[in-house]
Write a protein that binds this ligand. Structure first.
Ligand SMILES: NC(=O)c1ccc[n+]([C@@H]2O[C@H](COP(=O)([O-])OP(=O)(O)OC[C@H]3O[C@@H](n4cnc5c(N)ncnc54)[C@H](OP(=O)(O)O)[C@@H]3O)[C@@H](O)[C@H]2O)c1
Length: 340
């Protein structure tokens, strides 16, 4: 790989089921030059997210699907190398939808400045707890779950980038927090480092019985990341006027047939519960509010986070699969270039 070319992953075909070799193709072109209003950015960290699988598909979604032949869409952080936008100078660290590529030109209005006011915070923090996944947890918990001290919260995908922060916000707000995750090691981390009150390994436990034991007063808030049979069990144990923040359904992003359920839907009626889907971009105008409070909690030692960094853009299509077999251990990032 030479540094005077822009290396890219392009979508070659829509995956069927799990992402396969050949769904994305490795390509290169010359490094682009910015037009008026644009900046040239060298990518440092690429964020790999479950929604990459949604964007690769042509299912009904919240953004247009990536077109066949296009550079794969992806959130990323990079360094400004050249600028034709008054809001940025060379050397600024910015984040935005820079794509699965080593260099990009992007309009200055479509990116945001990362960091600076807090020197000493590692760059990966701005791609995790202080980035999109942290902000997702923040608004999902506070605006959708509307937590009240003393209530019980259940988080699925609890050890992940979003789930682990959502659960810790639950603790900050005085809730009993129960996390559901897929390995004993992740469950241990949630209890010992993130302060969760109880955890359930959905692969080995009787989830229905474990929920009854862990949530003796029933479930008031749900931060849902997965869907499927575990979500059904949760719905069967909700309290009157429970709130469900429907953040994600990762258990079905690779589905090749229509997904049935939830089967316990009637309980939403019986318990006058509210299930509300949300996308973090709905809260774009309030991003600063979330970052301010998350930064304070982080500085005060109230938030713990983990990042799982894979080296090399060429490894992105293999690495993204970790999200779907649970082998990622924290916010999944690709280090595309060394930090400046
Ligand atoms: N609404 C929004 O704006 C928004 C923004 C960001 C993310 N999200 C959603 O939030 C969820 C978590 O995303 P993330 O970025 O934080 O990823 P993550 O949780 O760090 O990684 C994905 C995790 O999902 C779990 N998982 C994968 N397939 C599963 C399955 N079939 N059944 C049960 N668990 C499964 C695995 O953990 P285990 O080891 O525990 O199985 C895996 O480690 C996703 O659903 C994503 O789409 C939504």
């Amino acid at each position: 790989m030479t540094s005077d070319e822009n290396h890219q992953w392009r979508l070659a075909r829509r995956p069927i089921g799990n992402i396969q070799d050949g769904d994305l193709v490795w390509d290169q072109e010359s490094i682009p030059s910015p037009n008026d209003g644009e900046v040239l950015v060298r990518t440092i960290y690429l964020s790999l997210d479950p929604t990459n699988r949604i964007w690769m598909s042509d299912m009904d979604q919240y953004m247009p699907p990536v077109k066949i032949g296009e550079v794969m869409r992806g959130g990323a952080m990079g360094e400004v190398l050249e600028t034709k936008h008054p809001g940025y100078k060379v050397g600024d660290i910015v984040t935005g939808l820079l794509g699965w590529q080593t260099y990009s030109t992007v309009h200055g209005d479509n990116i945001r400045m990362s960091i600076p006011h807090q020197k000493g915070t590692p760059l990966p923090a701005w791609m995790s707890v202080l980035g999109l996944t942290g902000v997702t947890a923040y608004f999902g918990m506070l605006d959708i779950c509307e937590p009240r001290r003393g209530e019980t919260l259940v988080v699925t995908g609890a050890a992940g980038a979003v789930g682990s922060i959502a659960g810790q916000i639950g603790k900050i707000k005085g809730l009993r927090v129960v996390g559901i995750s897929g390995t004993d090691a992740k469950c241990l981390w949630l209890k010992e480092k993130c302060g969760f009150d109880a955890t359930i390994n959905y692969r080995s436990a009787d989830v229905s019985a474990a929920l009854r034991t862990s949530c003796p007063d029933g479930i008031d808030c749900v931060f849902e990341n997965v869907g499927g049979s575990v979500f059904d069990e949760i719905l069967s144990q909700i309290n009157l006027r429970a709130r469900v923040a429907l953040c994600g359904l990762i258990g079905q992003y690779n589905a090749t047939e229509a997904v049935p359920g939830p089967y316990r839907f009637a309980n939403v009626l019986m318990k006058r519960a509210r299930i509300e889907g949300f996308i973090v971009s709905d809260f774009a105008k309030r991003w600063g509010e979330a970052i301010k409070e998350l930064s304070t909690w982080l500085a005060d030692g109230k938030l713990t986070y983990k990042v799982d960094i894979v080296d090399g853009l060429q490894n992105a299509p293999t690495a993204v699969k970790k999200l779907f077999d649970g082998s990622n251990d924290g916010k999944l990032l690709v280090r595309v270039a060394a930090e400046p």
